[in-house]
Structures are given as C-alpha cells and as structure tokens.
Ligand binder design. Structure first.
Ligand SMILES: *Cc1c(COP(=O)(O)O)cnc(C)c1O
Length: 374
C-alpha cells in the first residue's frame, strides 16, 4: 500500500475531469458549533427563516411511523395535488430530490459530447455544472450590463442569439439566482417563439412563489403551446422544506416519460412527500410567508440603499448587494460576528455579496453587524 494511488481524475469522463464541484459556501456545521446553537445568523443559502407550518410539521412526524418502508416510488399523491394546483395532468410532473437533481438530469438525458447548452452569464451555477458534467459544450450569453434596469439580469435576446444548430438545451431562471432579477411574460413568450422546436428550454422558477405576480408571471401557461418547455419548481424556498429535498418539473408527458428512465426509483423520500402534500394545501401559511418576505425584503433593501450601497432589484428572498472592493473584508468581518452571507467571487461578482432576507430580528442583527464593521 506504499505505492502512489493512480491519478483517478484521468479515469473520469472528459467532462468530469474539467469540472469543479458545486461550492456550497461556508462550513456551516463548524460555524454553528463555534457560535453556539441559534446564535449564528445564516443568510448565505436563501433558506426560509420561518419554517413550515405546524400542520406540515405534524405531517412529517406522522410519516416517521413508516420510515422502515420505502416511499411511494411514483409520488402519486403529491403529483395529483401539484397537477390540480397547476392545471396540468399528473403525467406532466417529474419529482426530484430537490430541483438540483432534475437540473442535472436534463443535461444527462438531453446533452452530451457534440451538443451545446446555453445559459446566461450570472445564471445559477448548477446549469454550468450540469452541462459540463454531461460533457456538453457550454455557451454563455452576456447578461444585461450593470446600468440596465435589470442589472446583470438575463438578456433573453442574447440568450436566443447564442443558440446554434448543435444546441439542445437552454437554462434560464425567473427570477434568477444570484442576481434576483426577472423578466416579464411577454418577453419570455417572444423569446420562446425564437427558439427552435428541437431545443429544450428549462425555466427554473425556484423563487416563483415569492415574486410579485404583477411583475413575474410563471411560464406554466405557455406549456400547452410549447412542448419544448420545461418548468422547474422547488419546496426548498417559499415552502421552507429545503432539508427534505423536494423539487419538481412540469413538461410534456412524453418528455417526462423519457426523464423517468434515469430517475432513481425512490429518489424522493417519504417525509418529504408527506410534508410537501400538506404544505401545498396550507395556502394561508404560504401567503403569510410571502407577506413577511415581501415586507422584510423592502425594508432591508431600503436600509442597505440608505447606507449608500447598490442593491440589485429582487423578486426573491435574497438581495445581491455591491459593496465594492471591500467586499471580501466585510464578508469575513461579518463571519467573525456570526453573520453568514454568500461571497460572489465564484460568479464573477467579487465586489458583491448575496444576502438572504431573514426575519426582522436577523435583518436587524445583520445591519448592526454591518454598521460595526464599517
Ligand atoms: C435554490 C435554488 C434551486 C432549488 O434547489 P433545490 O435542489 O430544489 O433545493 C434551484 N434553482 C435555483 C435558481 C435556486 O436558487
């Protein structure tokens, strides 16, 4: 056993050799133990500070009685509830162990060597990982400039123009992470009409439930006219179930049937299924979260702008904030005070930090810590 191990990287598929693993940000487990239970202000991962409703918590506890059983491999109850909510057929729904899993699998199934995948600059990091992991070539369309009303947001014209004869897959997010920016229904309909039928368009609507419906319209009504459209959603953000890993995609039933071939049979766990069904039904809790988030997002943005920083427009539960060349120093000084934000160097935005909108007391403590640091 003294021999040097082989260079395993060279064993990997070419796409994987070039890949760098998803950067989850800070080691939260270590930070939590440093600062003590409940003392760390965690605003780095766009989690929901309010948690699920008491009814949903009860459903999770109930589901514990059957953890020795495999979950329903079809997720039938949840699919029926989702189908009813969105006015689609259950056969149009694909459940994932978080939507991250599905975003990866679209590339696994529809992209590969010789195929290219299009995404936007400052788009969600998972799209590039998915394309590269599948060995496909990634084409990045320039985002809007910082001076645009949708600063660094998706430029749908540029994305459509980046599509070539070898493109099979396009990823867009509405609203987008990490910018928080969005586009309107008309712009997206025009964009779709420019995309050839043999190019699949994944629209990631992870923050849809938190966006003002007057500003951000879901692409779901376009599914009937565009069989190449795939809409993804998640229970991780507005529904406050990030730890249970439930996401889903809605698309044409025949597209979903192809995706089912690579789905691991029990990819969605039983606690998550039980929780998601009740969470969907608890519309009062969702509305309460929407109201709290909208109110806290506005007051946090005001407070930051009042201190002179550029805050990107957002229809999500986070704010992208430009702190300038001092960003890295500010970020580490905040960590020392137990406030975790997300650095943006990996996204090519080293002068920005992404701040999850917390509850009122978390946001107050963030602003206090910022004032101390500066
Ligand atoms: C958080 C997020 C997801 C959701 O991830 P899950 O795997 O469902 O937890 C997907 N897309 C974007 C843009 C996100 O920010």
């Amino acid at each position: 056993m003294t021999e040097a191990p082989p260079d395993f990287e060279t064993f990997a598929q070419p796409g994987i050799q070039r890949l760098r693993a998803y950067d989850p940000g800070h080691d939260l487990v270590t930070l939590r133990s440093q600062f003590g239970a409940g003392q760390l202000i965690e605003l780095g991962s766009n989690e929901n500070p309010y948690g699920p409703s008491p009814r949903t918590r009860e459903a999770i506890l109930d589901a514990l009685h059957a953890v020795h059983r495999y979950p329903d491999p079809l997720g039938g109850e949840l699919k029926r509830a989702l189908a009813k909510l969105h006015g689609v057929a259950p056969e149009q729904i694909l459940l994932g162990n978080g939507s991250h899993e599905l975003l990866m699998q679209f590339a696994q199934v529809f992209a590969g060597p010789g195929v290219d995948v299009v995404a936007s600059q400052y788009g969600f990091a998972v799209y590039a990982l998915a394309a590269q992991g599948a060995g496909a070539m990634l084409r990045i369309a320039d985002a809007f400039p910082r001076e645009h009303a949708m600063a660094h947001g998706h430029d749908l014209d540029a994305i459509a123009a980046a599509v070539t004869a070898t493109t099979r897959l396009v990823y867009v997010a509405n609203p987008n992470n990490p910018t928080g920016t969005w586009f309107g229904a008309d712009a997206f309909a025009t964009f779709l009409s420019r995309i050839p039928d043999d190019v699949l368009v994944v629209i990631d609507e992870a923050y849809a439930e938190l966006a003002d419906p007057a500003e951000v319209a879901s692409a779901l009504p376009l599914l009937a006219r565009h069989p190449n459209l795939i809409v993804t959603r998640t229970f991780s953000k507005a529904y406050a179930l990030a730890g249970l890993r439930i996401g889903y995609a809605i698309a044409h039933p025949r597209l979903i049937a192809v995706m089912e071939r690579v789905r691991e049979s029990f990819n969605v766990n039983s606690l998550g299924l039980a929780a998601a069904e009740v969470a969907l039904d608890d519309t009062a809790h969702l509305q309460w979260i929407f109201d709290r988030n909208t109110e806290q997002r506005a007051s946090l943005a005001d407070a930051l702008r009042g201190r002179g920083w550029f805050v990107y427009p957002s229809q999500t539960n986070f704010l992208l904030v430009e702190f300038g060349p001092r960003s890295a120093g500010i970020e580490s000084a905040l960590i020392a005070r137990g406030v975790v934000l997300r650095p943006m160097g990996g996204y090519g935005l080293p002068e920005c930090l992404r701040i999850t909108v917390g509850d009122a007391s978390e946001n107050r403590r963030l602003l206090q810590a910022l004032d101390e640091v500066l």
